[in-house]
Design a protein around this ligand. Structure first.
Ligand code: NAD
Length: 482
């Protein structure tokens, strides 16, 4: 076996070993092989990182906007310059197709830094005149040390989505990527060093959520936590943070509806629905896992969808024609498979897929055929709980009222797609649907200025654009009487 890559923490501008010298194994999901070691950091590593971040805050928070713009922009450029290296690392760590990492994940990470480097130059505070007797002006200041904790599904994409606005607004950061996909965050450390980011401004501590992550959330000197991950983890974080009155942004799970009316642009809908169902092996919080199809086109959709999904190649992430790569871990594969069993127990029929796939030369990888289920009630567990894998359930409906009831029946409220040419219907459903993000005749078309986040158990707060900069700053109003 070739020598294992050793990932290190990034603290006070340097790459360092974890204080206790302990490491976790990092597995390549496409082959099932251990290929790297990850610091198994704990409270001691977090304490050190927070201490340096606190020291760095004094000068970083007072730097000019132009200075921060230039450094963040440089980081963005370096991410672009290292596109191939980062995409390869992301694909190997996560199991996603290499072309996807190249086309989406890494360009988006660069775009996050560029966007917030620019956004901060336009971030202005407000003034309000009160009845011609006084003027109010609002000062917005960074919070101090903040923590950014991200999941494994879009590793560098979501990590930078939090770090970039936090740094742009003048905070210093102690961040943790998922212990399942730490590699691109590690590579980001070296990019930040090359870009000249001052020591201590960004600190990246690797390790488990229950140790390193929890230590960040509980630390008295961490003023805010921006978290993306599962709803249950979000609950734990909220419980720890609430007594200390920390600011919280929580982007959590989803069980998103994809509502298809008979009058839709059928070909566009079908092509997009394949993506919204199975992109990134269905491991995107925005994937539409509950597909409601108006009855007049249900049978046609079912036939065409199954036929198209059958053609999606499950294979090694490096192969350019792979459409479905490996799932992120053995335990996640087991979880997804257990939901397929549950679906059968609940009366569902698997129309296609759901079997493990053996990829030649990579027999220990975590590969699964994309699965389409029908015949399930809208309120059964398979249709209510987040599976977060390549599994969708298709259901016919007859009326708008009925489909809204089905769509809104879950605890989640992250996103929704609506397919119709009828503008009145699209606006009616957009207004009634319980989701933070609604797409009409599209899916995952992102504009970084828009508020991003979920309702109900999908989270608290919004990221993106001014919402992110508002989150990472605290407002102080000054009222002066004329
Ligand atoms: P997870 O909750 O298991 O882990 C997310 C991160 O939190 C990891 O870095 C983990 O180490 C850390 N963590 C775990 N326990 C912690 C604790 N007690 N204290 C502090 N940190 C802790 O989620 P995951 O399995 O990595 O990701 C999948 C989930 O993320 C899915 O539910 C998915 O819907 C959700 N997600 C949501 C969005 C969104 O924008 N709403 C985006 C992507 C993923």
């Amino acid at each position: 076996m070739s020598e294992l890559i050793k990932i290190r923490n990034y603290v006070n501008g340097k790459l360092v070993d974890p204080v206790m010298g302990k490491y976790l194994e990092n597995i390549n999901p496409a082959s099932g092989e251990v290929y790297a070691l990850i610091p198994d950091s704990d409270g001691k590593d977090v304490d050190a990182a927070v201490k340096y971040a606190k020291e760095a805050f004094h000068s970083w928070s007072k730097t000019s906007i132009e200075y921060r713009h230039d450094i963040l922009s440089k980081i963005s450029d370096l991410i672009r310059d290292n596109l191939k290296l980062l995409a390869k690392a992301e694909s190997k760590d996560n199991g996603k197709p290499l072309w996807l990492a190249k086309e989406v994940d890494i360009p988006r990470a660069a775009a996050n830094f560029k966007f917030f480097a620019n956004a901060i130059t336009l971030f202005a505070s407000q003034a309000h005149e009160t009845d011609q007797t006084a003027i109010n002006y609002t000062i917005r200041r960074p919070l101090g040390v903040v923590s950014c904790i991200s999941p494994w599904n879009l590793p560098l994409y979501l990590f930078t989505w939090k770090i970039a606005p936090a740094l742009a607004a003048g905070n210093t950061v102690v961040a943790k990527p998922s212990e399942l996909t730490p590699m691109t965050a590690f590579l980001l450390s070296t990019i930040c060093m090359e870009a000249g980011l001052p020591a201590g401004v960004l600190n990246i501590v690797h390790g488990y959520g229950h140790s390193a992550g929890q230590a960040m959330v509980s630390h008295d000197d961490v003023k805010a936590v921006s978290f993306t991950g599962g709803t249950e983890t979000g609950q734990k974080i909220a419980t720890l943070a609430a007594p200390k009155f920390k600011k919280l942004s929580l982007e959590l799970g989803g069980k998103n509806p994809n509502i298809i009316f008979a009058d839709c642009d059928y070909d566009d809908m079908l092509a997009t629905t394949i993506q919204s169902s199975f992109s990134n092996q269905g491991q995107i919080c925005l994937c539409g896992s509950r597909i409601f199809v108006e009855r007049p086109i249900y049978e046609k959709f079912k036939k065409d969808f199954v036929e198209a999904v059958r053609k999606l190649k499950v294979g090694h992430p490096d192969q350019p024609d792979t459409r479905i790569g490996a799932l992120v871990s053995a335990s996640h594969l087991d979880k997804v498979k257990s939901y397929l069993e549950l679906a059968k127990e609940e009366g569902g029929k698997i129309l296609f897929g759901g079997k493990e796939v053996i990829v030649e030369g990579f027999e220990n990888g975590y590969y699964l055929e994309p699965a389409i289920i029908e015949g399930l009630a809208f309120d059964c567990r398979t249709n209510q709980e987040e599976i977060f894998g390549p599994v969708v359930s298709i259901m016919p409906f007859d009326t708008e009222k009925e489909v809204l009831e089905y769509a809104n029946s879950v605890r989640y409220g992250l996103s929704c797609s609506i397919w119709t040419q009828n503008l009145k219907r699209a606006t009616r459903i957009s207004s009634e649907i319980e989701a933070g993000i609604v797409w009409v005749n599209t899916w995952m078309l992102r504009d970084l200025r828009t508020p991003f986040g979920g309702m109900k158990d999908s989270g608290i707060g919004r990221e993106g654009g001014l919402d992110a900069l508002n989150f990472f700053t605290e407002a102080k109003n000054v009222c002066i009487k004329y």
